[in-house]
Design a protein. Structure first.
Length: 352
């Protein structure tokens, strides 16, 4: 069975069917989102949106910011877990945190996070002796943690409240509940599969050993906590009336986030917003839009600016240290020689 799946996957990869299908899905999702946004935002009063932003309680904004910070803190354990899973125990947590925070915040805003986030990770981890294959494995395992967490949240949330998903996909509640139980069963099956014996995916040097059962449960827990904090931040910013409950908002938020990822648009722009407006149709549109704009500032724009500053400072510090080492080398040996340039490594006492 597994060999048949591998052959089918190899055939699809050779024919670029998966790539073409992914592009088609992205274009379709964006087109539908644009259509929905056009019809839902036609009657929006900009002044009312601005007034709603100004009228948002500072306490709710502060709590939302706190939950966003907690979510990004949880994100750092995506990389910490992945780096340890591939056996690179010499890399300290602060480097994992820097790589995770900057790669995700930049990837979220620029779009195509697999490539943009991977490039940021490579720039940071290569200074610690990791090569492109190691970074690819880290990206894969971090992404696996994200998707396992999403599957758990969606499966449990939709099983508990299928009407929440029905607001977005327009399917009967019973069908959504069946799909939710299917997700849960698949998740349990995956945990049992990796628990039974060591499993690996990929070939040759690209082979990734999947975390075993207990570690997979840890992955799922990390993903759930991360998404829980993000959903709490969104819950703090949506209109308080009508009070539809945190679970409903969380299911709609996670669904909208996944649709945004599927579109590959920067920050899920347009797609995430359309899904939220459709899913939370019972809320005042101006107030909901105000909350979504505040969320974008807190979750996307703020961390993006901080990441750019951190990476810029890191490059300045590394450049200054490299220049200082070259000057010391020249002072110790004034004879001009054609030698290889001196590179600064971020290890030991020279680490950033």
């Amino acid at each position: 069975m597994l060999e048949a799946i591998r052959r089918a996957t190899s055939f699809l990869r050779q024919k670029q069917v998966l790539h073409k299908l992914g592009v088609l899905i992205s274009i379709t999702v964006i087109a539908v989102a644009c259509y929905v946004l056009y019809h839902m935002l036609r009657g929006i009063d900009t002044n009312e949106v601005i007034d709603a932003i100004k009228g948002t309680e500072p306490r709710r904004i502060a709590l939302a910011a706190l939950f966003v910070a907690a979510g990004y803190f949880t994100l750092t354990f995506y990389d910490w877990f992945a780096v340890h899973a591939i056996g690179q125990h010499h890399i300290p947590y602060r480097i994992n945190a820097l790589a995770a925070f900057t790669s995700y915040s930049i990837g979220h805003n620029v779009g195509a996070s697999v490539f943009t986030g991977g490039a940021v990770r490579y720039r940071i981890y290569s200074a610690w002796g990791l090569n492109a294959i190691d970074v690819a494995k880290i990206c894969f395992l971090a992404g696996l943690t994200f998707w396992l967490g999403n599957a758990a949240v969606l499966g449990l949330g939709i099983a508990y409240h299928p009407e929440a998903a029905a607001a977005i996909d327009q399917l009967p509640a019973w069908l959504n509940r069946v799909a939710a139980f299917g997700i849960i069963i698949a998740l349990v099956g995956y945990v049992a599969w990796v628990w039974a014996q060591p499993r690996g995916v990929g070939r040759g040097p690209w082979t990734v050993t999947l975390p075993g059962g207990p570690l997979t449960l840890l992955q799922i827990a990390i993903g759930i906590v991360d998404l829980g904090f993000c959903a709490l931040a969104m819950y703090m910013l949506v209109p308080s009336e009508p009070d539809i409950g945190f679970v409903v908002v969380a299911v709609i938020f996670v669904s909208a986030t996944l649709l945004g990822f599927a579109s590959h648009s920067p920050g899920g722009l347009g797609v995430f917003d359309a899904a939220m407006l459709v899913g939370l149709w019972q809320m005042d549109r101006e107030e909901l839009l105000a909350g979504m704009l505040l969320f974008r500032v807190l979750y996307y724009i703020g961390p993006f600016v901080i990441s750019v500053i951190l990476l810029t400072l890191r490059e300045i510090i590394i450049g200054a240290r490299s220049k200082r080492l070259r000057q010391l080398a020249s002072a110790a040996d004034p004879e001009p020689r054609h030698e290889a340039p001196v590179y600064v490594r971020e290890r030991g006492d020279t680490g950033a």
